[in-house]
Design a protein around this ligand. Structure first.
Ligand SMILES: O=C(O)C(=O)C[C@H](O)[C@H](O)COP(=O)(O)O
Length: 212
């Protein structure tokens, strides 16, 4: 688990924000990923919420220099296998179901499991995890809630995701138990549909400046 955790931490520490991508057309994946990488966001989570997602992961993994392609919304072992086969270098799940945890145990690819309560955090910690997603961050209680978890659960680090934008990202990034945040705001659907790659690079740059 430790070297997998180290690999995951190394990926998450690349940038303050992990872009969460919902891709409708696999052909957009490469220019979108290039735009994000150009803006400084290398680790990219492509969610398995659309039929194009696996082709998109494969294209980014094969063709985009500097990108670290990951899969999001991985809910079970079958999706785990497909995501890894497509070239995912990290896997994100909104929760921590047994099927996905069991698949992760059998794999060298690191998992960022989702948690939202102290009991969920402790259950996942019992499986050997110290790095988790906090989801859905804003809806579950936001930065004050995550701050309240930091003292009793001090060994756990989080990537909060859900309802985060440029406006509130700093509230999370200033907490001691936050490594980075996740968010879809850096790749808005309308900009992807228009092919506004320069606009997306600008959003990525703004996001990178959050730590500055
Ligand atoms: O299902 C997963 O694995 C996910 O990654 C869920 C996403 O993190 C959120 O849906 C992103 O939330 P927004 O930034 O508010 O759009």
């Amino acid at each position: 688990m430790t070297s997998k955790t180290d690999n995951l931490l190394a990926t998450l520490k690349l940038q303050p924000v992990v872009p969460v991508i919902i891709i409708d057309d696999a052909k957009s994946a490469v220019p979108l990923a290039r735009a994000l990488v150009a803006g400084g966001l290398k680790a990219i989570e492509i969610t398995l919420r659309t039929p194009a997602a696996l082709d998109a992961i494969k294209a980014v993994a094969d063709e985009v220099e500097g990108a670290v392609a990951g899969a999001g919304t991985v809910l079970d072992g079958r999706q785990w296998d497909l995501a890894v086969k497509a070239g995912s270098r990290f896997i994100v799940s909104p929760g921590a179901g047994t099927s996905v945890l069991d698949a992760a145990d059998q794999s060298d690819v690191p998992l960022l499991p989702g948690t939202a309560t102290a009991t969920e955090v402790m259950t996942v910690r019992d499986r050997g995890y110290s790095v988790m997603k906090f989801f859905p961050a804003e809806q579950a209680g936001g930065a004050p809630y995550l701050s309240a978890l930091s003292s009793p659960l001090s060994g756990i680090q989080f990537c909060p995701t859900g309802g985060i934008s440029l406006k509130n990202a700093k509230d999370y990034l200033s907490l001691p138990n936050v490594i980075c945040v996740g968010g879809s705001w850096v790749a808005p659907k309308a900009m992807v549909t228009e092919g506004n790659w320069d606009g997306i690079t600008k959003l990525a740059r703004e996001a990178c400046e959050l730590l500055g």
